[in-house]
Design a protein around this ligand. Structure first.
Ligand SMILES: Nc1ncnc2c1ncn2[C@@H]1O[C@H](COP(=O)(O)OP(=O)(O)O)[C@@H](O)[C@H]1O
Ligand SMILES: [Mg+2]
Length: 243
């Protein structure tokens, strides 16, 4: 049973009329959306439709050219660079398609990196739990080059979860993975929402991956053009085809 508190009614992330231009390219063209806490949302759209820009703005990695982004009620655009970095470090986990692991560090060091950078200590029980969830307990002393692509992506997810972020953003995290490994990664993201109440935002162009979410947003030319709730792969494909 959950108790509604004032805190719970503030969306995890809220975008209001967000634009992002690069020269004369409008990568985001007036996007407004509120991501509910503990929800799992997929974002789909053709290549170049603004998915990565959307994720970068929503996560505070990038500043919009116009409009506002609030993370947990905090207006990211009003923060100094240093405070924005701190907010991101404390509240956000980010999983990149290309893993972005540090080659010279072993798996445990890579996973611990955000805590070390934030000057925070480890909670050994939570490290154990995260490592167990991603199935890398017997790989902690391996370097990334000694892991498969799926293992590297699972290490990257563990690194995103270790700070217990309120929101986990993942930009095509299964793009480079075979279907069975992709399923492991999607299950982890689903568990982040279901077991620990984290908010998950997943960019993907795979309808099967999108169907793991509670809701799918469709982007086209920098705008949200549609939403599909309780998605199935067939429904996602049908909606995709009609865009
Ligand atoms: N750093 C950048 N400099 C210039 N143009 C960019 C930059 N990043 C993205 N764009 C442009 O913005 C648009 C949206 O890009 P992006 O968000 O990467 O789309 P997606 O992730 O959906 O493929 C594209 O036209 C892309 O070329
Ligand atoms: Mg992209």
């Amino acid at each position: 049973m959950t108790t509604m508190t004032a805190e719970a009614t503030v969306p995890a992330v809220c975008l209001d009329s967000v634009t992002r231009t690069y020269g004369d390219v409008r990568a985001l063209d007036g996007v407004s959306w509120a991501f509910p806490r503990g929800g799992f949302t997929a974002v789909m759209g053709p290549s170049g439709s603004g998915k990565s820009t959307f994720l970068h703005c929503a996560s505070g990695l990038d500043r919009p050219s116009g409009g506002t982004v609030q993370i947990g009620g905090v207006d990211v655009g009003r923060l100094s660079e240093a405070r924005r970095t701190r907010l991101r470090r404390e509240r956000i986990g980010f999983v990149f398609q290309s893993f972005n692991l540090v080659p010279s560090m072993d798996v445990e060091q890579n996973i611990m990196l955000p805590l070390v950078l934030g000057g925070r200590g480890a909670d050994p029980a939570w490290l154990d739990e995260v490592v167990r969830r991603v199935g890398l307990s017997d790989r902690l002393r391996h370097r990334p080059s000694e892991l498969s692509g799926g293992q590297q992506q699972r290490a990257a997810i563990a690194r995103a979860l270790i700070t217990r972020p309120e929101v986990v953003f993942a930009d095509e995290p299964t793009g480079a993975l075979d279907p069975s490994t992709a399923r492991d990664v999607l299950r982890l993201l689903r568990e982040a929402a279901d077991l620990t109440g984290q908010t998950v935002v997943l960019v993907t162009h795979d309808p099967v991956a999108a169907a793991w979410a509670d809701s799918v947003l469709f982007l086209s030319r920098g705008r949200i053009v549609d939403e599909l709730t309780a998605p199935t792969p067939a429904a996602v494909m049908a909606r995709w085809g009609s865009l």
